[in-house]
Design a protein around this ligand. Structure first.
Ligand SMILES: [Cu+2]
Length: 143
């Protein structure tokens, strides 16, 4: 009788471990870095209260951008109010995955950081106001 109980407990523990296993994996995935960014109505990217912040990212990592967009003065015909594109500083290279148009409200994007360390820039690609040309932020990609 006692052996049977021990067996049952052992079986329960094994079953519990099997349930926890995949759960822990997805917990690790959800630890992806989340960057809260504001594409603001004054045509500036902001993190917290800081306008035009410098963002440091690790080469090859996946990050989640949670972007809140607020309309400045003008928008695209398709309703986009700001853009979000990555450009490599030394040669102006663009990255197709990092060329987004922002609609009003909150949007999330999971993006893979380029493998090549160096200096990059995130720029707005929608003519959003007279301040549009200055709507950019520096990105440093580290190894
Ligand atoms: Cu703009």
């Amino acid at each position: 009788m006692r052996d049977r109980t021990t067996f049952k407990i052992a079986a329960l523990i094994i079953a519990a471990l099997q349930v926890v296993g995949p759960g822990m994996q997805s917990a690790a995935q959800s630890e992806m870095r989340v960057i809260e960014l504001l594409a603001d109505k004054d045509s500036r990217f902001k993190i917290g209260r800081k306008a035009s912040p410098t963002l440091t990212l690790r080469a090859g990592e996946e990050v989640k951008f949670r972007i809140t967009a607020k309309k400045a003065k003008t928008q695209n015909r398709n309703g986009s109010i700001h853009g979000f594109a990555l450009i490599r500083k030394k040669d102006g290279a663009k990255f197709p995955d990092w060329d987004l148009e922002l609609k009003p409200g909150v949007q999330e994007f999971v993006l893979k950081v380029p493998d090549l360390p160096g200096e990059y820039q995130i720029v707005c690609t929608v003519i959003c106001s007279e301040g549009h040309e200055d709507m950019h932020m520096k990105v440093i990609v580290i190894a």
